[in-house]
Each structure stands twice: as structure tokens, then as C-alpha cells.
Ligand binder design. Sequence first.
Ligand code: NAP
Length: 281
Amino acid sequence: MILIDGKKVAAELREELKHEVTGLKAKYNKVPGLTVILIGDLTPSQIYVRNKEKSANEVGLKSEVIKYPDSVEEKTVLEKIEELNKDETVSGILVQLPLPKHIDKQKVIETIIPSKDVDGFHPMNVGNLSSGYESSVPCTPLGCYLLIKKVEPNLNGKKAVIVGRSNLNGKPMTQLLLKENCTVTITHSKTKDLKAECLEADIIVAAVGIPELVKGDWVRKDTIVIDVGINKTDKGIVGDVDFDEVSKKAKALTPVPGGVGPMTIACLLKNTIECFKRSQI
Ligand code: NAP
């Protein structure tokens, strides 16, 4: 079984991006800039943002974190986004989710100008991705896609089963694999026989949020399994795939932690650089 080392692949990607930033600096005499807006004091969000800032600095991006208390008015956040939209030193804007209840997530997403939407959540980017045009692609599915391609560069005609249909993971994952000529089945909580669907798959991407849902007898020996899940349990953090069982069966599997997680941040940096490059044309 191939244990897909997301930490290693992410470190290699960051190294490539670092070289790219050096080249861009030499060419344009400026570097891409990432601005993250963090609202409230949720510990996981603070940790994610700290890691994003650290990684951005490591590859040579200009990075800035703007913090607001939980009580911040929606209007203040939207005005700040409008200001950042116009700021030429800012290539990418990310508002860390989740947001406090009184702030409309969709309004926030739609206020970020699509050309700086490094999360790829703006409807314009969602539409461009599904139409096969150039767009920012949500960081986690992009990371999954790059990991799959490491194991299997030619995905032509492969059967992929995506477990979970969220806007964040399942749906963009589907688009990325369709573009690679996979035959994609997207499953969800109302799917009748998930095990039978998974047994058809050359590639399974599990993004559900249910600890160890995908079992050993759901996969074939030639299946590549990507585990997006991050679930806190009594035995620690586990994925949506039963690692002990599936690692004995599958062709390749990502661990949790150390699989998809590190790729998400590396892809955020990649997206920021892509936004910068498109803005220079
Ligand atoms: P989400 O928005 O809650 O969506 C979960 C999806 O799973 C829904 O489409 C739901 O179906 C489906 N589902 C629920 N129960 C199911 C079942 N029994 N069988 C089949 N499908 C089922 O979740 P998400 O935001 O995509 O996140 C999924 C997981 O990924 C979470 O553990 C999250 O923490 C993790 N995550 C990891 C990263 C990373 O960087 N590694 C990034 C983001 C998220 P319905 O649509 O029918 O409700």
C-alpha cells in the first residue's frame, strides 16, 4: 500500500512556490500578497490562520492578518473587503470561516472580488470551474487532486466516487476529476448503497465528517483513497476512512493527520500566486 505523504508533497510544493515567488519578485519588483480576515477567537480558526501566515511568509509572500472581535458589525467587514479589493498590494483575500451568526457568509464571499478570491468560493469562480474556464479552485479539493495525480498521473476513464457533496469539498472535487476525464459519482447522506458505490471506484474521496465511515470491505485492492475528514474523537483526530482497515486493502491512502491537511495550506499559497500572476497580465 502506498501511504500518500501529504506533508512531503506539500513541502515540495512550497519549495516550488518559493522559487516562483523569487522569480516574480525579480520580474515585477513586487511579491504576491495574501490578506486573511479573522473574526472572533475560535481556537481552531486562530491555529489555521497562524499556520497560513507562517507558510505564506516561508514562501516569500507578503502576508497580513486583520483581526476583528466576535461582535464586529457585518458592515465593517464588508467595507474592509471593499478596501482590500482596491488595494494593489493585495493579490488574495481570505475570510476565515466559520463566521459569527450575525454575519452573512454568502454576502462576505460575494463581496470579495473574484480575481482575489483565493478560496474559490465566489459564485463566479464556482461557475468558471464548472464551465472549464480558468478560476481559483477551493484549496482542499485542489490539494486532493494534486495528491491523486502523484499516485496516478493519467486519470482518463477512471471511476471516481466522491463521498459528500459540500460546496467546499465534494462539488469542486467532482469538477476537477471530470476535467481529467474521470467518470464521477457524487454521493451524499441520501445515497442508497454507499458501500456498493465505493466498491465500483478506482478513486474514492471521502469528505463527510463522520469518523471512519469508509470501511475496509468498501474498497478494492486497486483503489486510491483520499481522506479529507478531520474528526475529533476519544482516540484523537481521525479521518472519514477507517485507516487500519483500509490501509490493509487499498492501493494508496492518505493518513489523517499528514495527508490532505498540509496540502490545503500549500494550495492557498499557490492560489495567491496564481491570482497575482493573472493580475499582471
Ligand atoms: P459538510 O459541509 O458537513 O458536508 C458533508 C457531506 O457529507 C454532505 O454532503 C452530506 O450529505 C454528506 N454525508 C453526511 N452523512 C453521510 C453519509 N452517511 N453517507 C454519505 N454522505 C454523507 O462537510 P465538509 O465541509 O465538506 O467537510 C467534510 C470533512 O472534511 C469534515 O470532517 C471536515 O472537518 C473536513 N475538512 C478537512 C479539510 C482539510 O484541510 N483536510 C478542509 C475542510 C474540511 P448531505 O448533503 O445529503 O447532507
